[in-house]
Design a protein around this ligand. Structure first.
Ligand SMILES: Nc1ncnc2c1ncn2[C@@H]1O[C@H](COP(=O)(O)OP(=O)(O)O)[C@@H](O)[C@H]1O
Ligand SMILES: [Mg+2]
Length: 157
């Protein structure tokens, strides 16, 4: 089974539609989501739009300086990590802690910069965001482990 879904979003409005669809798919069971892409690609934008679609009432901002933001105003808790600052420390140091955030009914987003492509030892969705020009972005979704294949299948519909 193909476990990838690729969507080109020409405008922020297109990205919002994609995020709404994603939110509908993950809002019952939860999901651990890893986002890759250079600075300004649209990782935080996707997290914000998904959180809003889930019903998060607070303002969703980049957690670059605090590492983790959490939101408890939607029907499912939303956690948002930005590991940009852990560049030199490595993924292995935090993998065990992240695993806890991949379990149970919650949605966890982890923003990761290009350089830290790391293997995590649990099932997840990976989203790779690339720039085209102007407001155009390409979002590529992969499911790692079969638990999340339904998300990819749902996005295709
Ligand atoms: N189609 C689009 N999808 C996502 N973001 C877009 C799009 N068009 C323009 N943008 C803008 O690009 C910027 C992406 O920044 P951000 O999400 O903070 O990037 P990252 O978290 O990857 O560093 C935001 O200012 C957003 O409004
Ligand atoms: Mg960001």
């Amino acid at each position: 089974m193909e476990n990838k879904f690729i969507q080109k979003c020409n405008t922020l409005e297109d990205t919002k539609k994609l995020a709404c669809k994603f939110a509908q798919l993950v809002k019952e069971s939860g999901c651990f989501v890893n986002l890759f892409g250079e600075i300004g690609a649209g990782k935080t934008a996707f997290v914000r739009l998904t959180a809003e679609a889930l019903g998060v009432k607070e303002k969703v901002t980049s957690p670059s300086f605090v590492i983790l933001n959490e939101y408890h105003s939607a029907s499912i808790p939303v956690y948002h990590f930005d590991l940009y600052r852990l560049e030199n420390v490595g993924i292995s140091t935090i993998a065990d802690e992240l695993r806890e955030y991949s379990e149970g009914k919650k949605i966890t987003f982890v923003e990761w910069a290009e350089f830290s492509q790391g293997e995590l030892p649990f099932e997840r969705i990976e989203i790779n965001v690339t720039y085209d020009d102007d407001d155009s972005r390409v979002y590529e979704f992969s499911s790692i482990g079969k638990k999340n294949n339904y998300v990819i299948e749902g996005l295709k519909k």
